[in-house]
Design a protein around this ligand. Structure first.
Ligand SMILES: Nc1nc2c(c(=O)[nH]1)N[C@H]1C(S)=C(S)[C@@H](COP(=O)(O)OP(=O)(O)OC[C@H]3O[C@@H](n4cnc5c(N)ncnc54)[C@H](O)[C@@H]3O)O[C@H]1N2
Ligand code: MOO
Length: 409
């Protein structure tokens, strides 16, 4: 562990170089939320599908409204879903509802509100009292949003509820998406007991597996195994075998990668993982490798904040790449610091942070805890929604300095 630490980008490049895209699967659009699209989607139908009314009222010929009030004979009734296309002569109108197809003979819609009788007196003769501003008013044109065959979504997009709606509206029934990465989470440490259990001296609640399983699921993964093992390497090796048997694409462990006497990951997995010091705080010791069977191994440091930051910096981009996502990074902002804080010398700082939104036109970033950047300050994560990312050369952030912010919530 005496070699000089390597840059974050160098370690990330090592990780990403090993990534292979997972297989694809076809899913009904309604089940594709959060999946990464792997094939382009084109509209199958026009949006709107046909010229239709934007208002409840009357489909008319604009030329019939040159002098007001204008009395027109209502010769048809066209509800939404109707296939009718009633012919209209001069002086005739059709009652029409929002979303119903425009009669080919009409060019404009007059809402009920602009007639003398309104809905109550709408099947007989309509007296138009206010004219639409122009021909075509209140008519939604076929294909004005999107035409059948036009591109709708590109591969690499993670499907949001809005994107799913657009697909369905364009008549697309299924999406070709990435299979979810299968992730196993293994905490190591003899001191760890399940949260809520009685603690004897030396023991602490196990929290990293909760964190990492949630982060993995949030990154689109299926968590196939969660284990907490002691410091004996055998249990860890058994957990690795169990993860492979469960078909895991990646195993994310925490703890046991630094310089102590009992480091199960470093010792038991030394043949399959490389251990590195990375110039970041927290998250300095990192392990990464791959089993003979092709399961990726991420050996993250055990300190809770170190585990959280390491996941963001290395594991999340890797899971994104496996899914074929075009965007590997979290959204980034540059915000002024609300207060000053100290930074570790020579290591890029990832400080759990909260965003002060009091002034909507000037968000500011502040440390999530008063305690600063200690990697053991798990309680501070309760209020963290971002990391302030400060270059290795910076020793002090001063109030008002612009800081890079990685938004994670
Ligand atoms: N002599 C040195 N000691 C340490 C170095 C070093 O360079 N030289 N690096 C320090 C840094 S930086 C970190 S980070 C840690 C990483 O240590 P490990 O990855 O080996 O992790 P552990 O020692 O097992 O645990 C560290 C810390 O985190 C707590 N922990 C671990 N797992 C969990 C869990 N699942 N849930 C909650 N808390 C957990 C554990 O109790 C320890 O307090 O090493 C430094 N030491
Ligand atoms: O790298 Mo450790 O993660 O500083 O606490």
């Amino acid at each position: 562990m005496s070699a000089a630490p390597i840059e974050v980008e160098a370690q990330l490049a090592t990780v990403l170089a090993r990534m292979r895209a997972l297989p694809t699967e076809a899913l009904p659009v309604a089940l594709a939320l959060g999946r990464v699209l792997r094939e382009p989607v084109r509209a199958r139908v026009d949006i709107p599908v046909f010229d239709n009314s934007a208002m409840d009222g009357f489909a008319v010929r604009f030329d019939d409204l040159v002098s007001l009030p204008s009395r027109l004979a209502v010769v048809a009734d066209v509800p939404a879903g109707s296939a009718l296309d009633p012919p209209l002569d001069a002086g005739q109108a059709a009652r029409i509802m929002t979303g119903a197809p425009m009669p080919a003979a009409a060019d404009t819609v007059v809402p009920f509100e602009d007639t003398a009788g309104g809905l109550a007196d709408s099947l007989g003769v309509v007296e138009v009292v206010r004219a639409p501003a122009a021909r075509g008013r209140h008519v939604r044109r076929r294909g004005e949003d999107l035409r059948a065959g036009e591109p709708l979504l590109a591969p690499g997009v993670r499907l949001s509820p809005l994107a799913l709606q657009a697909m369905a509206a364009a008549g697309v029934a299924q999406a070709i998406v990435s299979r979810r990465p299968r992730v196993a989470v293994v905490s190591t440490g003899a001191e760890l007991v399940a949260a809520g259990a009685e603690l004897r001296r030396g023991q602490i609640p196990e929290s990293n597996s909760v964190l990492l399983a949630a982060l993995a699921a949030d990154a689109g993964a299926e968590v196939v195994l969660v284990r907490s093992v002691g410091d004996g390497g055998d249990d860890l090796v058994a957990a690795v075998a169990e993860a492979e048997a469960a078909g895991a694409d990646a195993l994310v462990s925490t703890g046991g990668v630094s310089a102590g006497a009992y480091e199960p990951v470093r010792t038991a997995l030394s043949g399959t993982m490389a251990f590195t010091k990375v110039a970041m705080q927290p998250g300095k010791p990192q392990g990464f490798g791959e089993t003979a069977g092709g399961m990726l191994l991420f050996g993250l440091p055990g300190n809770p904040v170190s585990a959280a930051v390491s996941f963001e910096v290395f594991v999340r981009p890797a899971l994104q790449a496996m899914q074929g996502a075009s965007e590997l990074a979290r959204p980034a902002l540059r915000l002024p610091a609300a207060v000053g804080w100290r930074c570790p010398p020579g290591r890029r700082q990832y400080l759990p942070a909260a965003i002060d939104r009091a002034d909507p036109s000037r968000w500011r970033v502040a440390p999530a805890t008063a305690g600063g950047s200690g990697s053991h300050l798990a309680g501070g994560l309760a209020h963290a929604e971002a990391y302030a990312v400060v270059p290795a050369e910076t020793e002090q952030v001063t109030e008002g300095d612009l800081v890079d912010v990685m938004v994670v919530a």
